[in-house]
Design a protein around this ligand. Structure first.
Ligand SMILES: NC(=O)c1ccc[n+]([C@@H]2O[C@H](COP(=O)([O-])OP(=O)(O)OC[C@H]3O[C@@H](n4cnc5c(N)ncnc54)[C@H](OP(=O)(O)O)[C@@H]3O)[C@@H](O)[C@H]2O)c1
Length: 266
């Protein structure tokens, strides 16, 4: 691994949090494979390296970690100054954080993991010398767009979402994170952001065969699937393709694979 001090201006530098997760690892791999610089804040550096290695075994192209910098820490334990230091040379900051699916992860602390991370990372971007960094959040199509453009939910879906909001803290956390981006950061300037909202997630290598919709095209249940690796593919395209970013900044596109038959392999 090298420090980010030798950055080639034709590449991007991205800070990824939630990088050891089932989606975040693909974001890291795809950015590195395209020759970009990636900074990661992860609770375990060994875990970061091992999840990347696991992907190598299924892939002909071995990912080089020469341009990967890992800071071993729990994001919310870092000081504001330390987070500013992390974002100051970045073109993009990505959060693929998610609550671990066990009792402690769902009902323990931090209950507002995603919201606090979003608040602190975007504040750090705003306060750092570098205000150009775009902010990307992985969300869920169970979270409505606060701008009201999504189609109305059925009564049954509204009941389920009400129960999720009040019984499962991670859902309320994801809603609060989206609300913060809309209401506190706004949609007219300052830090630019995008929330990618996949439908039901599955695992497997990327197909690139997916669509970003302005709003969820189907209902909450069984309307489709999204490969986590395709979610990563879309996020990397948003980071590296200025036209895509211009199209989706300040938006909450919903991501569906174009086939429901994506094979679950990993
Ligand atoms: N559309 C849907 O239906 C749907 C379904 C599931 C998830 N999602 C969204 O997708 C996001 C990510 O999903 P995923 O499946 O890729 O997640 P995942 O595999 O569970 O990964 C979660 C990541 O968050 C990190 N993390 C968890 N708790 C943390 C803490 N307290 N402090 C610091 N880091 C922490 C984990 O790090 P460690 O490796 O250190 O644990 C890991 O890197 C979630 O936020 C969720 O909103 C949407």
């Amino acid at each position: 691994m090298s420090s980010t001090s030798t950055i080639n201006t034709s590449t991007t530098t991205t800070l990824v949090v939630g990088a050891t997760g089932a989606t975040g690892k693909w974001v890291v791999k795809m950015l590195l494979d395209q020759g970009n610089h990636v900074k990661v804040i992860a609770r375990s550096k060994d875990r970061m390296l091992s999840v990347l290695q696991e992907l190598d075994s299924d892939d002909t192209k071995k990912t080089s970690t020469d341009h990967l910098t890992v800071t071993e820490a729990s994001l919310l334990d870092l000081s504001d100054e330390e987070i500013q230091e992390q974002v100051k040379d970045c073109d993009a900051v990505v959060s693929c954080l998610g609550h671990t699916v066990d009792f402690k992860g769902l009902w323990g602390h931090p209950r507002k993991l995603v919201t606090e991370a979003v608040q602190r990372l975007t504040t750090a971007i705003a306060k750092s010398d570098n205000k150009k960094a775009k902010f990307l959040l992985m969300g869920s199509d169970g979270v409505s767009n606060p701008n009201g453009q999504d189609d109305p939910r059925t009564r049954g879906e509204r009941t389920v979402l009400f129960l999720l909001r009040h019984l499962i803290p991670p859902h309320a956390d994801n809603e609060a994170a989206a609300a913060y981006l809309h209401s506190s950061l706004g949609t007219s300037g300052g830090v630019e952001w995008c929330v990618v909202r996949p439908t039901d997630l599955i695992n497997g290598p990327p197909t690139g065969d997916y669509t970003l919709y302005d709003k969820p095209p189907g209902g909450l249940f069984g309307a489709g699937v999204a490969l986590r690796s395709n979610v990563a593919h879309a996020m990397v395209a948003l980071i590296t393709n200025p036209e895509k970013w211009a199209q989706y900044k300040f938006q909450m596109p919903s991501l569906y694979d174009n086939t429901k038959k994506a094979e679950e392999t990993k």
